[in-house]
Design a protein around this ligand. Structure first.
Ligand code: ADP
Length: 738
């Protein structure tokens, strides 16, 4: 038995120890595993992000090429590309665009002040004096009309017409002023109109809106729409073509138009157009900021007196655009002009010129199709792309840039991480601004972003520990469950093995008991029979006595064998009982009859007390007789010489009780709990003297249990015992099986 227990213990303990060891290793490695796993997952996601950003920019460049092949003019391309509908990400091209030719000359936006306006004539100066000094507006109108008809150059003509509009307005002839202004703003425009003239036309359009406000009918929505469409499309107003004007003028025009529209009552209805104007305005401003960076101030000689006078006429032309000034401003204006002249005389005047070489140097070290952060105070990024003889510099602001990455990041932020993108200088570009710790993962961005990186930062630094400990808890639980299952299996196996061992022991006990118990009656019978056969007897009475002894031993032997057979059947569970309606009195009487002869010997007082009119019981009559005979036999066996045995049958609470009591040796309380077990005998040495093998009571209990009854004992050492068997009585009206 011991080695079985040892083996089982090894079978359970060894795997348990191994499991615990593996578990501790697994928990230790979990931290690293979690890191590796997260790193794999996020590397893949970042790869996807890079791929998407690449796809996005490829699509943009494709779109750019498509626009370029449609032979659009630079101004048109600018308008089209920067004001793309921002519905889908791929359709948003760039925030601004600068177009160069193969020599690096900027084609759009128009830099500097554009072409210098022609010097205004003597006649114009006279008209100007009449208007502002004499304030004779009617004469001034005539002079302006003359200039407009007789001078060929566009700028002088437009300036004169603007003067006429001013004078008409001053005279209060708004209707006429509107008509003239309309002619300038939306009338026939000569081919290749100069940029200064274009600026005048643009300003006439703004002035027209203001004039219309002063008319009887007031401003109409259509007037604003005309203004917007001319501003957005840069059209001359009649037919195709574009009004080329310097960027500065264009910014002025766009912001002025925006102001007028936003202040008007149709602001809401025209919101789509307002958005477009805003986009264009910001694009022009952005392009200007970038171009400014690449302008260099070229020193020039102080202006001569003569040149300064030319400047006066220029300044006068500028006055056209100043709408807000009050009428009584002539003196003030002259003062301002002389101040300007003085300052121009004293200082070196700078003229802006585009430094091609500086830009070319930057370009030279800047590979095509690579997004880079520009060396500007604001976050501005650029990428240039060559198509045939033109170079396109696409510009993006940090905001739009972040937007691109947010969309391509595909809700990466929702997974508990923050992205940080660093530019070609290794500086912050977008995403997480000030990370507290080093990046968990850092990978290079796609092919359009050489030198750029995207980093992953965990919002929660303890994520590894927490994920690892969560796993560790799972491992521990699985391990504990496995150990519990192993222990349970071990216990079960121990139980089964124990049962088997007990059964073997039972069998051995049985064989030993059987051989011992059979040997005694057989030996005594053999001695008696041998004696008789040898004729060693005195008389017939001794023969009879010997034969009676043989018969008694035979009877004992038969009972023993009966008990063994019953036990054997019981073990194989083959004892089938024939349950019939039986009378308790008959059972008791038959039992008493069976032991009567034995009990009549010696000093034994045997009393049978059967209650009258007992109900029947459902029982196997013979089996019940066996039970009572066993009990009576024991009462006889375990009593002293002066025996007093009672058999009482009575009913109690719908049960029938069979009570066998004696005045014998009795037994301890502890013994009463064990006597129904197989082969149990209270006192083995004494029992060995008495007949019996410790099976009688276990057989009795088996039979009573099969009858769904109960058997109990009350006993005290030296004071006798009372065994009670209880069976349920058959109810008077219910019929049992007959
Ligand atoms: P056995 O063949 O030994 O009588 P039993 O199963 O009939 O086997 O009884 C088991 C044991 O119970 C007996 O050995 C005896 O010690 C005890 N026992 C049974 N009946 C009595 C009784 N009436 N008085 C005292 N002891 C008894």
């Amino acid at each position: 038995m011991r080695w079985v227990v040892l083996l089982l213990a090894i079978a359970v303990i060894l795997p348990t120890v191994c499991l615990l060891w593996f578990m501790s290793r697994a928990v230790k490695n979990e931290h690293l595993a979690v890191r590796q796993k997260l790193s794999d997952v996020y590397s893949q996601r970042l790869e996807t992000l890079s791929k998407r950003v690449d796809e996005l920019w490829s699509a943009r460049l494709e779109m750019l090429e498509q626009q370029a092949t449609e032979e659009r003019r630079p101004v048109e391309m600018f308008g089209k590309l920067v004001s793309q509908e921002s519905g889908t990400i791929s359709s948003r091209m760039c925030d601004a665009l600068i177009i160069f030719d193969s020599n690096g000359k900027v084609l759009y936006p128009v830099t500097g002040v554009g072409e210098q306006p022609a010097e205004l004539s003597e006649e114009f100066n006279e008209a100007w004096d009449v208007e502002f000094t004499e304030e004779n507006f009617t004469r001034a109108i005539r002079l302006y009309e003359y200039i407009a008809e007789s001078f060929a150059d566009d700028y002088t003509r437009y300036s004169a017409l603007m003067g006429k509009v001013r004078c008409l307005r001053k005279l209060g002839d708004i209707k006429q002023a509107v008509a003239v202004c309309e002619r300038i703003a939306y009338g026939q425009i000569p081919e290749n109109v100069g940029s200064s003239s274009a600026a005048l036309i643009a300003r006439a359009r703004i002035l027209l809106v203001n004039l219309k406000k002063e008319t009887k009918d007031g401003l109409k929505q259509k007037d604003l729409q005309d203004l917007i469409s001319s501003v957005i499309n840069y059209t001359p107003g009649n037919g195709d073509g574009f009004l080329l004007m310097p960027s500065g003028t264009r910014v002025f025009l766009l912001s002025k138009a925006l102001e007028i529209i936003e202040e008007s009552k149709w602001a809401e209805e025209l919101s789509a157009q307002i958005l477009k104007v805003k986009k264009l305005l910001s694009a022009e401003q952005l392009a200007l900021v970038v171009l400014d960076k690449y302008y260099t101030a070229v020193a020039s000689e102080p202006w001569s007196e003569e040149s300064a006078l030319k400047m006066v006429s220029l300044l006068r032309a500028t006055l056209d655009t100043i709408q807000e000034l009050e009428w009584g401003w002539t003196e003030q204006l002259q003062r301002q002009i002389s101040t300007v002249l003085d300052s121009y005389r004293a200082r070196k005047v700078t003229a802006a010129a585009f430094d091609r070489s500086a830009f070319a140097v930057s370009f030279g070290s800047w590979p095509e199709d690579c997004l880079r952060k520009l060396d500007l105070p604001d976050g501005i990024f650029g990428m240039y792309h060559n198509i045939s003889d033109k170079t396109y510099l696409l510009l993006q602001k940090a905001d739009s840039f972040s937007f691109d990455f947010d969309v391509c990041g595909d809700a990466l932020e929702k997974t508990g991480v923050s992205c940080r993108i660093t530019d070609n200088f290794g500086l912050y570009a977008c995403g997480l601004k000030n990370p507290e710790k080093a990046a968990f993962l850092k990978v290079p961005l796609g092919k359009f972003f050489p030198g750029w990186h995207v980093e992953i930062h965990f919002k929660d630094f303890n994520i590894f520990e927490r994920t690892a400990s969560r796993r560790a808890v799972i491992y521990t639980w699985v391990g504990l469950l496995a150990i519990a299952a192993m222990i349970a299996a071990g216990l079960l196996a121990a139980q089964v093995v124990g049962k088997q061992i007990r059964l073997n022991k039972l069998k051995n006990d049985f064989i030993a008991t059987v051989s011992h118990e059979l040997k005694t009656p057989l030996a005594s019978m053999r001695v008696l029979v041998d004696t008789l056969l040898e004729g060693n007897y005195r008389d017939q009475q001794q023969v009879t006595e010997y034969l009676q002894l043989v018969s008694k031993e035979n009877e004992r032997l038969t009972r023993l064998i009966d008990n063994f057979l019953t036990f054997s059947r019981m073990e194989r569970n083959k004892q089938a009982f024939e349950m019939l309606r039986a009378h308790p009195a008959a059972i008791a009487r038959d039992s008493a009859e069976a032991v009567k002869t034995k009990f009549s010997r010696g000093r034994c007082k045997f009393e049978v007390d059967i209650q009258e009119g007992l109900p029947d019981v459902l029982a196997d009559h013979d089996a019940m007789v066996t039970v009572l005979v066993n009990l009576l036999d024991n009462a006889y066996k375990y009593s002293y010489d002066d025996k007093h045995i009672d058999l009482r049958v009575f009913s109690e609470n719908s049960s029938i009780c069979f009570c066998v009591s004696d005045n014998g040796i009795g037994m301890s309380r502890r013994a009463t709990k064990k006597i129904f077990s197989r082969f149990y005998q209270v006192d083995r040495s004494l029992t060995r003297c008495a007949e019996g093998c410790g099976l009688g009571l276990s057989i009795a209990k088996f039979i009573v249990d099969a009858h769904k009854g109960s058997i109990s004992v009350e006993s005290k050492t030296g004071q006798g015992s009372t065994f009670t068997v209880k069976l349920s009585a058959v109810k008077a009206d219910s019929g049992g099986k007959d």
